[in-house]
Design a protein around this ligand. Structure first.
Ligand code: NAP
Length: 248
């Protein structure tokens, strides 16, 4: 049986590993970066930790005789997709990017689009927000620790707790999706949230916060995605499975 390496860390990567396992035509190995303390365990094989850049990944592909590579990392993973593209090209292994569709503004939304975390922090100051729900990730809080935001109360939601927590006034909520609209509405109400800051991750699991913000007429600072390497890209697990059929 041929081996497909899935670069994981997303819901889609788990779904893909499960579907490949059930179909039984390929042997899937999922690779996780090892960022979360207690990750979900995918179907099939698992390895954890960085490869050591594109060169290390190329060595892994060759040693493990990987016949196909599906990069299902998060839309905001900015390095791994380029390592994957470089390594796969080097050892001539077919590569696919599985990248879920971004969220799109709906009638009633009040989105402010920014490209960088610094711009998101500036937007909080400009909008005069006082109670901010921050869902951009526990390792990306430093840009919000600026003097002009010292009076802002942040509600930081992340899978694992931030360490350190550089913000003067913050409530930390550790939670992992999928989230429910009712719970998101209750969260906005409980903390009197007047601004949501989020990455445009896309997907259904985290979308209820956007519905909740729309329902409460709360503005959203929406961070745009980083660039992606060129090459075949699909948005769904089904399309990734169809691609796998074409290479195996
Ligand atoms: P990144 O900036 O693209 O990657 C940084 C380094 O982490 C890579 O150079 C690689 O190390 C290692 N790495 C990343 N993904 C890996 C994987 N699946 N398997 C093995 N090593 C991996 O990515 P990141 O933003 O730090 O995200 C890390 C992981 O968390 C990703 O797998 C991603 O799917 C997941 N994630 C990220 C976000 C986000 O907002 N960034 C959100 C949810 C989940 P080497 O160079 O040593 O190989």
């Amino acid at each position: 049986m041929q081996t497909v390496l899935i670069l994981g860390g997303t819901t889609e990567a788990y779904q893909l590993a499960e579907a490949i396992d059930v179909a039984g035509r390929w042997r899937a190995i999922t690779s996780l970066a090892g960022r979360t303390a207690a990750p979900r365990i995918p179907a099939g094989g698992l390895r954890v930790g960085g490869f050591g850049g594109a060169v290390g990944l190329a060595v892994f592909l060759r040693e493990q005789r990987v016949a196909a590579l599906i990069d299902a990392t998060h839309p905001f993973a900015s390095l791994m997709p380029y390592s994957a593209a470089g390594a796969a090209a080097h050892v001539a292994v077919p590569r696919l990017r599985l990248l879920r569709a971004p969220w799109v503004e709906q009638p009633g939304d009040r989105w402010l689009h920014v490209a960088q975390l610094d711009a998101a922090a500036e937007a909080i100051a400009q909008l005069g927000a006082q109670h901010v729900l921050l869902t951009t990730g526990r390792k990306e809080l430093a840009p919000f620790a600026r003097p002009e935001l010292a009076r802002v109360h942040f509600v930081v939601r992340s899978v694992d707790p931030p360490d350190p927590l550089p913000l003067a006034h913050a409530t930390v909520i550790t939670d992992r999706g999928p989230f429910r609209l009712d719970d998101e509405l209750a969260l906005l109400d409980r903390y009197r949230i007047d601004l949501l800051v989020t990455k445009n991750s896309g997907g259904a699991a985290a979308a209820p916060k956007l519905e909740a913000a729309r329902a409460r007429a709360i503005p959203v600072v929406m961070m745009a995605r980083p660039p992606q390497p060129e090459g075949p890209t699909v948005a769904t697990v089904d399309d990734a499975l169809a691609w796998l059929d074409t290479v195996g």
